[in-house]
Design a protein around this ligand. Structure first.
Ligand SMILES: Cc1ncc(C[n+]2csc(CCOP(=O)(O)OP(=O)(O)O)c2C)c(N)n1
Length: 245
């Protein structure tokens, strides 16, 4: 019998805390698989801030540092500058990266820090119960926008981080992907791998934005959540390579 898939060595065999149908589990595995495949487990350091990713260190079998909410890219900058030979990545939610951490994100990207950033966009603050995030789409109901996000009511429009950061000179790679079907999962794997390779080759900031399901906060089944990404989220957040240098 031929083994087609096995648990990456960079993933620890432990029970998950993620809700059923959450995209973080898929992305934890893909990141671990990339680290395995590139043979960089002994030189990789992940930085996971507050949000549902806060326990990522429980799952990854390499060094992981926690950061305060929004500060992952500031912490990662310090680690990378002290250890330029290590491979540093952040793994951040949208509340973290695009709201409380917006300044850290824009300035780390603008400085061209040689860091890989995996940005998990689930269109809400998942951990705290599904409040509106900067990436919540227009009309989307959240606990703080019970009638649906409305720009006319002063709630603004969804921020397109992959496009916004691509305008900065320090950014060498900016892509958006999703995990709503197996093809997209494999595509996401390739993008994350490329974003790690960029860093190893000494290129500037690399961003992989991933549209990822949060069935618990969205009040949808896991299957309907995947469909909602495919049918609704991608209208606001087109998939593909936005910048590659
Ligand atoms: C300084 C600070 N402010 C607020 C919080 C509360 N808080 C914890 S998680 C979270 C939202 C996280 O949302 P996101 O970054 O989108 O990640 P997700 O949980 O959706 O994966 C907030 C506001 C905190 N822990 N620390």
């Amino acid at each position: 019998m031929k083994i087609k898939f096995s648990r990456p060595k960079s993933l620890i065999d432990v029970e998950t805390h993620y809700c059923a149908g959450c995209g973080h589990g898929i992305l934890n595995i893909l990141t671990a698989k990339v680290v395995d495949e590139l043979g960089i487990r002994d030189k990789t350091i992940g930085v996971a801030p507050v949000g549902c990713a806060v326990l990522a260190y429980k799952y990854w079998n390499f060094d992981v540092c926690e950061a305060a909410h929004g500060r992952a890219l500031a912490v990662a900058t310090g680690i990378k500058r002290c250890h330029p030979d290590k491979v540093i990545f952040t793994y951040q939610g949208d509340g973290d990266l695009a709201s409380i951490g917006m300044a850290e994100t824009v300035h780390a990207a603008n400085r061209g820090e040689k860091i890989t950033c995996v940005f998990v966009n689930n269109a809400c603050y998942g951990m705290t119960g599904g409040q509106m995030a900067p990436t919540t789409i227009v009309g989307q109901k959240t606990t703080t926008t019970p009638l649906g996000r409305s720009p006319e009511s002063g709630e603004g429009w969804p921020i397109k981080m992959a496009e916004l950061l691509s305008g900065l000179k320090g950014v060498s790679y900016s892509v958006r992907t999703a995990v709503f079907n197996p093809q997209k999962v494999m595509q996401t794997y390739q993008y994350i791998k490329k974003a790690f390779i960029n860093q190893i080759e000494g290129k500037g900031f690399s961003l992989v934005e991933v549209l990822s399901p949060c069935p618990a906060a969205w009040r949808k089944t896991p299957l309907d959540s995947m469909k909602w990404i495919e049918d609704e989220m991608v209208k606001y957040f087109p998939l593909g390579v936005i910048k590659r240098e």
